[in-house]
Design a binder for this molecule. Structure first.
Ligand code: ATR
Length: 296
């Protein structure tokens, strides 16, 4: 944080991320690196906030002197009543990960779908006309569904442990994207294997794979052979290669983890706050630094 010595404290602006728990967040390192690189006098803080105190903090956010903030689990879907307006994307996804302050107004935006699509662009993936399998029907799944529909996916199969949640999501998004065909299937081993043979791209939005002890989402041999023309995405980035991605890679699928999505959603938030082009390479380097520190 080189700017600390150079600039009077009164000219500093504050940003941060609210989440719970928040011990392992990479966002402060990523955003601080960007602010420092552009010489913008800002601090970006990790703001661990217990959900039971969320209401109190949000109703008094002016006192926090924040210019804007990010939200992560479990606050993304509960912030709406405390904001003055939502962008179309935030409303459609039903979750806010970025709040922008415009004068007296607080505006909710969602940059997760943008970040997800950018991370697919990095491997030259195009979703138009494709068939997709998505594991999970939580908050992260909503942004992924929105992103894939926006980019022209033809058919989306949803698999979730709690089938009713997948059904509700399919119904919800059919209204926004009538051209995409939704299908909900039961979360069963045979169904997973069969569905993987039908799809071009599979995305894991669940937390399965975060812990070593997790039983695998997909069994070895479930992925059909591919020659780099099919894509497996895991939103998990720590570990950088989950058993799910490892199985996909072994079968010849292209793989992408969640670090690119984290990077690009952050870069977009940064641009919305500052009006400046985000130094993406610097932010990426900061994220790789975080990854190498945790793997020491
Ligand atoms: P996020 O915002 O990260 O999506 P979330 O809204 O809590 O977090 O959603 C977590 C997702 O992971 C859900 O789809 C959840 O399935 P349920 O809807 O059945 O709860 C899924 N998930 C979590 N643990 C799981 C497990 N052990 N097996 C299968 N799915 C799991």
């Amino acid at each position: 944080m080189k700017t600390k010595q150079r600039i009077a404290p009164s000219s500093f602006k504050l940003y941060g991320v609210f989440g719970f728990p928040l011990k392992h967040t990479f966002s402060p390192a990523m955003h601080q690196a960007a602010f420092d690189k552009l010489g913008i006098p800002c601090f970006y803080l990790a703001l661990e906030l217990d959900p039971k105190n969320f209401r109190q903090v949000m109703t008094q956010k002016k006192k926090l002197l924040l210019e804007g903030f990010n939200l992560t689990v479990p606050h993304k879907q509960i912030v709406k009543p405390y904001l003055d307006s939502l962008t179309f994307e935030a409303r459609a996804i039903g979750a806010v990960n970025t709040v922008i302050r415009k004068g007296k107004l607080w505006i909710g935006e969602n940059t997760d779908a943008y970040g997800f699509l950018k991370s697919l662009e990095e491997v030259h993936w195009k979703s138009k006309g494709k068939t997709v399998l998505i594991f999970g029907a939580g908050g992260a799944s909503r942004a992924v569904i929105y992103a894939l529909c926006r980019s022209g996916a033809r058919r989306i199969v949803l698999l979730n442990r709690t089938v009713s949640k997948a059904r509700a999501l399919a119904k919800y998004f059919t209204k926004f994207f009538p051209k995409t065909r939704f299908e909900v299937r039961p979360f069963e081993k045979q169904v997973i294997g069969k569905t993987l043979r039908e799809v071009d791209i599979v995305v894991n939005t669940t937390s399965v794979g975060l812990k070593r002890a997790d039983s695998p989402l997909v069994l070895n041999g479930d992925f059909p052979r591919a020659k780099g023309n099919r894509l497996a995405v895991d939103l998990i980035y720590n570990p950088s290669e989950t058993p799910f991605l490892r199985s996909a890679k072994r079968a010849g699928w292209k793989t992408v983890n969640g670090l690119g999505m984290l990077l690009h959603q952050g870069a977009r938030s940064f641009e919305l706050w500052t009006g400046k082009k985000a130094p993406v390479d610097i932010m990426r380097k900061a994220l790789h630094g975080c990854m190498s520190r945790i793997s020491l």
